[in-house]
Design a protein around this ligand. Sequence first.
Ligand SMILES: Cc1cc2nc3c(=O)[nH]c(=O)nc-3n(C[C@H](O)[C@H](O)[C@H](O)COP(=O)(O)O)c2cc1C
Length: 161
Amino acid sequence: MKTAIIYTSKHGTTEKVAQMIAERLTGNQVSIIDLKKEKCPDVNSFEGIILGTSIYASAPSKTMQCFCKENIEALKQKRLALFVCGMEPDSAKQQQELAKAYPQELYEYAVSKCFAGGEFQFEKMNFFERAIIKRIAKTDKSVSQIKKDAIDKFVIGLKNK
Ligand SMILES: Cc1cc2nc3c(=O)[nH]c(=O)nc-3n(C[C@H](O)[C@H](O)[C@H](O)COP(=O)(O)O)c2cc1C
């Protein structure tokens, strides 16, 4: 199946997760598309679409929000899956962030969804981001909490449904 993983990423974690998903999609012809570089990818040239965005201050990227709004009808014709990257530790809040990140009709329509975890990469943060994370997460050390198990399940869900 021709599949596109369309993502937005600030410090590279969502891009990394997009690549991890692509590696697991054996037997598919996968294109990985950075929405910030390719602003209007042609959704119609794919049968499967996977969307991914990171979460900052409880919100998905504006670029991803606009893309969903502009392509909502076309996306509803596809085999659709959705993921987010974030460092929210509470699992109920992780699910809320995932549900809020995409338009409700896409969220309900998607065959597979996942909160894929994330990373704090202090060396890539600006002064303000560093100060916020130091205060909220009470750490100044870079850490990776990408949820490989959740990504495995996400891909299995996508293949099986
Ligand atoms: C300033 C700041 C605010 C953040 N706010 C949230 C948040 O509200 N919820 C969350 O789950 N993760 C939050 N994160 C964590 C990011 O989503 C995480 O670092 C993610 O891996 C970033 O992915 P990216 O490099 O693809 O942008 C925040 C990170 C920073 C630096």
